[in-house]
Design a protein around this ligand. Structure first.
Ligand code: DX5
Ligand code: ZN
Length: 216
């Protein structure tokens, strides 16, 4: 079954606990960490993740859009994240980092920006629990889905099958009722949705609807 991970980037940051409650029943909460260096935007850091982890039962899927994830990612596991995603473009030692995240007890995940190909990283896939293919340039919610990423999703799904891996394939950016079926058909099974969930009148209902479309 498809997993829908609402992104709190589109939520009200002054009411994060309530916003988490509003999408109760979601598989994970997607938490976008931005440092104004790796991406031109700034959001939140370790203390907020620590508090949010205490405030909700939903596991946290932390997407680190930051420089030097080798130094910071382990701290997000300690803060209570159940899954930590680092960008391969920023990581100095991705294999060592993935192993460290797993050793600390979280799911290890690696993200690719739209311009980063999957092929050079084929041999790394067994080190990961999830691969994130960005379907917009990272940095902001509410951007239009990049259809040109669909072949990359397809090729990645083929590599996962070729190596017989239990790897989740996540897409993030512009995922909505209009685009989620294309992503699912291409082979994604974990869907991040920010504006499509928190921009809806009933966020929980939006999650249910997205899941239904992805499972079609
Ligand atoms: C963008 C973030 C996304 C963002 C997606 O860089 O990584 O998680 O919240 O927002 P939507 O779903 O509105 O494109
Ligand atoms: Zn994200």
């Amino acid at each position: 079954m498809a997993q829908i991970n609402p992104s709190i980037l589109s939520a009200d940051f002054a009411r994060l606990a309530e916003e988490a409650e509003a999408v109760r029943g979601s598989d994970w909460l997607h938490v976008d960490v931005m440092d104004n260096h790796f991406v031109p935007n700034l959001t939140l850091g370790v203390p907020v993740v620590e508090s949010l982890a205490r405030a909700t039962d939903t596991p946290l899927d932390c997407h680190l859009m930051i420089e030097d994830p080798d130094r910071w990612a382990p701290q997000y596991v300690e803060a209570g994240a159940g899954s930590v995603t680092f960008h391969v473009e920023a990581a100095a030692a991705p294999v060592r980092l993935a192993r460290e995240i797993r050793a600390k007890g979280a799911r290890a995940s690696m993200a690719l920006k739209p311009g980063t190909p999957i092929e050079p990283y084929e041999d790394l896939l067994p080190e990961l629990d999830m691969l994130l293919i960005m379907t917009v340039e990272p940095g902001f919610g509410g951007q239009a889905f990049l259809d040109i990423m669909l072949p990359k999703i397809r090729r990645t799904r083929e590599l996962i099958a070729k190596h017989d891996l239990e790897l989740w394939l996540q897409v993030d950016g512009g995922v909505s009722a209009d685009t989620i079926e294309r992503c699912a058909e291409a082979g994604a099974d974990v869907f991040v949705a920010g504006s499509a969930v928190y921009g809806a009148e009933d966020p929980a209902e939006a999650v249910r609807k997205l899941r239904e479309l992805a499972d079609k």
